[in-house]
Design a protein around this ligand. Structure first.
Ligand SMILES: Nc1ncnc2c1ncn2[C@@H]1O[C@H](COP(=O)(O)OP(=O)(O)OP(=O)(O)O)[C@@H](O)[C@H]1O
Length: 238
């Protein structure tokens, strides 16, 4: 594995109970990458995220992580469920819980972790909400809180699964701007599953399309020229 590589998938198959959802996947995520993962419902995008996170093991092939990413140092923003939206905790508590992966067996948060949580709330423009109850927030505010939480876990890589679901267009734009800032100014690598191609392709450097006829990986402009991506080009140019 090279120095600038974070995750390398070689000839990977992923699936459940002996049935494959994804096969023949070769993918490298390097430092500072911005990868958008697109494809139809049920094509295996979330399954791939679980594989990258090490939550499921490949049926064949290998998924190698850089030493810096071991011990859970990947920020993850999963698809939100109804129960998670009603979570009864303050914003600061939710954000701090992102530090749990890194603190081993210690139960109490350190002052350094508290200031990191506050810093991430500030970065996302929601510091004034720190004592608010998470479940009383709007969808857009909740998504920012979860992103601040993911940042507490992330040192070099953020994985986001459909982060703009349920957000209005303005809140979605804000989220994309924040991600572009984190990627360009802080060098955070981003892997994002999305159905919102128009906005996503503006920031993404690489696109992975998971389709019934196989996988496509290439730059955003290669994707728009490809058979899989061509149909989106007119939409983007309008
Ligand atoms: N825990 C599981 N056990 C068995 N099968 C599963 C499990 N999770 C997902 N699958 C199956 O794997 C396939 C891919 O699901 P996945 O959630 O990865 O798709 P997706 O591309 O993320 O879909 P969407 O765009 O709808 O979120 C589907 O057929 C799904 O039914």
């Amino acid at each position: 594995m090279k120095d600038n590589e974070l995750i390398v998938c070689r000839d990977v198959s992923l699936g459940y109970e002996g049935k494959s959802v994804l096969t023949d996947l070769d993918l490298t995520i390097a430092k500072g990458d911005y990868l958008c993962v697109v494809g139809d419902n049920g094509s295996g995008k979330s399954t791939l995220m679980r594989g990258l996170l090490g939550l499921i093991q490949p049926q064949s092939g290998t998924i190698e992580h850089a030493p810096a990413l071991k011990h859970g140092a990947i920020g993850y923003l999963p698809q939100q469920t109804r129960a998670q939206r009603d979570f009864p905790a303050t914003v600061l508590e939710v954000v701090l819980s992102g530090c749990l992966n890194r603190q081993g067996l210690y139960f109490f948060y350190t002052p350094a972790q508290r200031s990191e949580a506050m810093m991430n709330l500030g970065k996302l423009g929601i510091l004034e909400l720190k004592d608010a109850c998470y479940r009383d927030l709007s969808g857009g505010q909740q998504q920012r809180v979860l992103l601040a939480r993911a940042l507490c876990a992330a040192s070099q890589l953020l994985i986001l699964d459909e982060p703009i679901t349920g957000l209005d267009p303005a809140a979605a734009q804000d989220l994309y701007k924040t991600l572009a800032y984190l990627n360009q100014k802080e060098g955070m690598a981003i892997v994002m599953v999305t159905h919102d191609l128009k906005a996503a392709l503006k920031s993404a450097r690489t696109v992975l399309h998971i389709g019934r006829k196989g996988l496509f990986t290439g730059t955003a402009s290669d994707y728009l020229a490809s058979p899989q991506g061509r149909r989106f080009r007119e939409e983007l140019e309008s």
